[in-house]
Design a protein around this ligand. Structure first.
Ligand SMILES: NC(=O)c1ccc[n+]([C@@H]2O[C@H](COP(=O)([O-])OP(=O)(O)OC[C@H]3O[C@@H](n4cnc5c(N)ncnc54)[C@H](O)[C@@H]3O)[C@@H](O)[C@H]2O)c1
Length: 333
């Protein structure tokens, strides 16, 4: 992965804080920054959904620091942001169903935690604050493809939390001149995405089930569609957002591939690639809070960030499947 860099600037004198760096997307950002000799990479994570194993290759490096702590604690955020140039905020509790079951925990991590790290970034004069938002903020808007300025009402506490984050980021840009960039991720997938627990995402669940000769569940009739995006594209967006020459206000971008795949098609692609031709999915009820179709217009990120997805869904699934074949045993823990 990351055969050529997404940045041109020398980052050997810069320090970066990746919150949620032990998680799926965060650990890929860390991997990229370390690969390209970042001066210092700090990770702040409480391991609620992340894994120490995701950081194992970096743990003994002199330019890496792990802070085991919680973004719900402002003091921890403030100390973590000390002497940091750039913050890449990935820590949050993901999952729409989790947020419906437990909106308080989602709010604490995704809103209170977000505000803590945002305020700590401002107090420590970070050069730019990049944060993970979500396509879920489009909510009940029927328009396709989704354009940044045309959102609907959120359909879940998770979506509401991400929308609140965007509003806070906007007012911090306005009131404190903090340079903020929000990335609305659309269904990111790839190596290290966890197939464990009740809130795992479709792709790792499908792959994990099929590698174990089991039938995965599909919610609804499977004709709902998503803009599945390989994680390397999300890393590219984060790195380009760090150094893009953009004004400080209103910086929210769709990060996706700009292609739509139904869940049934996704199942078929993975089934063919994994060689498990006889497995059939088990269809069950639709889930509350889920949107029916999702497809991004990525022209704003292309134009202003220079973002250009390099790995399409087929290639990304091939890489992910191979990774699961080699590694899935440790994810079972
Ligand atoms: N994966 C996707 O498809 C997707 C889509 C849209 C948005 N996002 C957002 O991207 C970000 C990263 O998602 P991911 O898929 O890598 O999830 P993940 O669960 O793998 O990573 C999240 C990380 O944050 C950490 N964390 C959670 N609460 C914390 C807290 N209170 N203090 C410190 N650390 C905490 C977890 O331990 C974990 O390592 C999240 O903000 C998520 O909402 C992800």
């Amino acid at each position: 992965m990351y055969k050529t860099p997404f940045h041109t600037k020398d980052i050997s004198k810069n320090s970066f804080l990746v919150t949620g760096g032990a998680g799926f997307i965060g650990s890929h950002i860390v991997e990229y920054l370390i690969k390209y000799n970042a001066g210092k990479v700090k990770v702040l994570d409480n391991f609620s959904t992340g894994f120490k194993a995701n950081l194992q290759p970096f743990i003994n490096l002199s330019n890496f620091e792990l802070i085991e702590g919680d973004i719900r604690d402002f003091k921890t955020c403030n100390e973590s942001c000390r002497d940091v140039d750039y913050v890449l905020h990935q820590a949050a509790l993901g999952s729409v169903p989790r947020s419906i079951k437990d909106p308080i925990s989602t709010n604490e991590a995704n809103v209170t935690g977000f505000l803590n790290i945002l305020k700590a970034s401002q107090e420590n004069n970070v050069k730019r604050f990049i944060y993970a938002s979500s396509s879920s903020v489009y909510g009940d808007s029927p328009h396709l493809p989704k354009k940044e300025d045309n959102i609907g009402s959120p359909l879940s506490p998770y979506a509401a939390s991400k929308r609140v984050d965007e509003l806070y980021a906007e007012v911090f840009a306005l009131n404190y001149k903090l340079s903020v960039v929000g990335l609305r991720y659309f269904n990111i997938f790839g190596p290290r995405q966890s197939p464990s627990g009740p809130y795992a995402a479709a792709i790792p669940l499908f792959i994990f089930a099929m590698l174990n000769n089991e039938s995965p569940f599909i919610n609804g009739d499977g004709e709902q569609s998503r803009d599945f995006t390989f994680v390397e594209n999300a890393v590219q967006a984060n790195i380009k957002a760090l150094f893009a020459d953009i004004s400080i206000a209103g910086n929210i971008f769709n990060i996706a591939c700009g292609e739509r795949t139904t869940i049934n098609d996704l199942f078929n692609i993975i089934r063919t690639a994994s060689g498990t031709h006889t497995i059939e999915p088990i269809y069950r009820d639709t889930r509350d809070g889920d949107v029916l179709h999702s497809l991004a217009d990525i022209s704003k990120a292309e134009k202003l960030l220079g973002y250009k997805p390099q790995v399409d869904i087929k290639k990304g699934l091939e890489i992910t499947l191979n990774w699961f074949k080699e590694n899935y045993s440790h994810q079972k823990e």
